[in-house]
Design a protein around this ligand. Structure first.
Ligand SMILES: [Fe+2]
Ligand SMILES: [Fe+2]
Length: 311
């Protein structure tokens, strides 16, 4: 697995959806579990710009190769979220994408600012901060593409399969960048290896946690991975990450599944009740009304939010 930043810059583009049979979206059913996962995945894809805002305050961004990658990566991720939302809308689930994204962000509240500040401080205090960030990037991209593969398998929905198959190709390239960059940083650098491992063992959380709560993270894990093949795939993720210098034998994703299983064992309704009750709506924020945060107000008739056309 190799990665060339020059080639990536040349080839990076908006997800090509030419030929996707959007008209057939309603011809095949999606289960409540499929729909739960799609909302989760869409929200996390749409969260990338905020995740990026954390990175842009760290010294990882002194590296021009990294910033070139992030510029293209952020744009590609935008179209993943957009197209997952499009599929859900076509399936008949009504929501305004801009309104949903704004609500998700408003609900993060103060915690988001604290998180930016601690990331910033951590990066300037720790010389090898980039190693941690790059390793987490690799785990997140690999988990994401593995999750999309699992959802293709679970749903058996042909249009979703076509869409996710195309997104997976982007995620593979993202994984290659993060993985190779992490490997390069960690190679022959025992101090970075020690810190990377220490941080991952204590602070790593599955992709989406923070935006989503523990029960939502567990719902995704048990729906997609709580079978033989799913568990195998998570062990494969751990094995791949374990090949990075200093991370031999690390157990992150499989550990997250086992912990989710424990919580379901203790309370059989845990996680599954979210899926059964179609718990994918995003609550209106208690503080910070969305209109105030975005300076845009939804207009009567549905237009308005996000409508920049013709400006
Ligand atoms: Fe993505
Ligand atoms: Fe990605």
């Amino acid at each position: 697995m190799s990665f060339s930043i020059e080639r990536y810059k040349e080839e990076s583009k908006k997800l090509d959806t030419t030929g996707i049979d959007w008209d057939a979206v309603t011809e095949h059913p999606l289960s409540k579990g499929d729909l739960f996962c799609l909302h989760y995945m869409m929200d996390i894809e749409n969260h990338v710009p905020l995740y990026l805002s954390h990175l842009l305050v760290t010294r990882a961004c002194m590296d021009p190769i990294l910033t070139a990658f992030l510029a293209c990566w952020n744009y590609e991720e935008l179209w993943h979220g957009e197209n997952l939302g499009k599929l859900l809308n076509l399936y008949g689930i009504e929501f305004d994408t801009q309104d949903r994204i704004a609500k998700v962000r408003a609900n993060l509240g103060f915690q988001n600012s604290v998180s930016i500040l601690t990331t910033m401080a951590g990066s300037w205090l720790l010389k090898d901060f980039s190693a941690v960030y790059l390793t987490i990037g690799a785990i997140n991209e690999l988990t994401t593409l593995t999750g999309y593969g699992a959802l293709i398998r679970k749903s058996g929905h042909p249009v979703l399969k076509d869409l996710l198959g195309r997104i997976i190709k982007d995620e593979r390239r993202h994984f290659a960048f993060y993985y190779n960059s992490a490997k390069e940083w960690l190679a022959d650098n025992p101090a970075a290896q020690r810190m990377d491992r220490w941080m991952l063992d204590r602070f790593w959380v599955p992709v989406g946690k923070g935006v989503k709560n523990q029960e939502e993270v567990d719902a995704l894990a048990v729906y997609l991975f709580d079978d033989e093949q799913g568990e195998e795939e998570l062990l494969d993720i751990d094995a791949k990450i374990g090949k990075l210098p200093g991370l031999a034998g690390i157990k992150l994703m499989s550990g997250a599944l086992y912990e989710a299983r424990e919580r379901v064992r203790a309370n059989p309704h845990w996680a599954w009740r979210l899926i059964d009750n179609e718990g994918w709506a995003v609550a209106a924020p208690r503080h910070s009304p969305v209109g105030q945060l975005t300076t845009r107000k939804a207009q009567a008739g549905g237009a308005g939010v996000g409508a920049f056309e013709g400006d």
